[in-house]
Design a protein around this ligand. Structure first.
Ligand code: 8YV
Length: 328
């Protein structure tokens, strides 16, 4: 029996490719070209499965043009690159990689928040420019992290892991906003207090965004929300570009309406709003919150597990639309 054909849409660990090749006819993309929608459709012809990342959009147009497709396995926990209802309607299973990246992403979110509060990037740039000629009592004075109020918007797995770091490691009172409040047994060990969004914005000393992107979450933080924040507050985004209005944030940072920000994700990335590049009080990183060797390996393995199980009759570990499996 011939093996099913799959597309591995971006470069990935060679070990992952060899594992997939034991089960499938694999078309790889070792040049790591980011395909245009037309190129993606062309490469997906006759493929039963695709190993994707956040850069491949699977929507109704792609699904209609690729009738052989049965599963799309994202190497990411976020899946806003999938039109899940359209996939479900077309009988295409979607999978993602939750859990394996939670702690790594939380580490990075916390590090970014600390970097913003303590002005690490801004002061490093100053040093590299050769401007450090003497000590001064108020040089790069920032704000404390320990004991400050940690605000979390979106309190899923990663949000809770960041809250744990703040509450247990840094003695931070934790407040959060989420559409559905956490169960008391999850709130209690963190001492986390559920508040409305406006209270969260007003009271947080350090606000971290960890909510999933959906069109309804577009510009959740814009000029009006930034205006509610303390002038001493920091804002960290490890969720998705588009949740923050980057132009409004750059203006707030420039006018010191908030103290600092740290961003790992951007609207329209890998392009970065030029105004963000020219304000000093923001830490910018290129979407690397999950980027440790161990975690990227675990993500690739889980995406491969899902692809293999979906096409060879095994148990799919992390389906997004399991109803598709029930219908098969
Ligand atoms: C991925 C991410 O590296 O998992 C996610 O949702 O944002 C990152 O961990 C990125 O999306 C590439 O797929």
């Amino acid at each position: 029996m011939s093996k099913p054909a799959v597309l591995v849409a971006r470069a990935v660990f060679p070990e992952t490719l060899s594992r997939l090749a034991r089960h499938f006819e694999v078309e790889a993309n070792e040049d790591d070209t980011v395909y245009t929608p037309a190129q993606l459709i062309e490469r997906l012809q006759g493929k039963a499965g695709a190993f994707t990342t956040g850069s491949e959009r699977i929507d109704a147009g792609v699904l209609a043009a690729c009738p052989a497709l049965r599963v799309v396995a994202n190497m990411a926990v976020g899946f806003n690159n999938f039109d899940v209802p359209a996939c479900t309607a077309a009988g295409v299973l979607c999978t993602n990689t939750p859990d394996v990246l939670t702690e790594t992403t939380a580490d990075f979110g916390f590090a970014l928040m600390m970097a913003a509060a303590r002005r690490m990037a801004e002061s490093e740039h100053f040093l590299r420019r050769g401007e450090w000629t003497k000590w001064r009592y108020d040089m790069f004075t920032g704000s404390d992290v320990h004991g400050a109020t940690l605000g979390i918007l979106g309190m899923g797995r990663i949000g809770q892991a960041i809250a744990r770091r703040g509450a247990l490691g840094f003695g931070m009172p934790v407040i959060y906003h989420k559409r559905s409040r956490l169960a008391p047994e999850l709130e209690a060990p963190l001492g986390a207090r559920h508040v409305d969004k406006a209270t969260l914005l007003r009271e947080a000393d350090h606000l971290v965004l960890v909510l999933p992107y959906s069109p309804a979450a577009h510009h959740t933080i814009g000029a009006a929300e930034l205006a509610l924040m303390k002038p001493t507050a920091t804002l960290t985004n490890v969720a998705r570009g588009g949740i923050v209005d980057d132009a409004a944030l750059a203006a707030a940072l420039r006018e010191r309406r908030i103290a600092a920000a740290a961003l790992d994700v951007f609207e329209g990335e890998p392009a970065v709003h030029p105004d963000l590049l020219s304000v000093p009080n923001v830490v910018l990183t290129p979407h690397i919150a999950s980027a440790t060797v161990a975690t990227r390996r675990a993500m690739a393995e889980l995406a491969a597990d899902n692809l293999i199980a979906a096409l060879t009759g095994g148990t799919v570990k992390t389906p997004i639309n399991p109803e598709v499996l029930q219908r098969r």
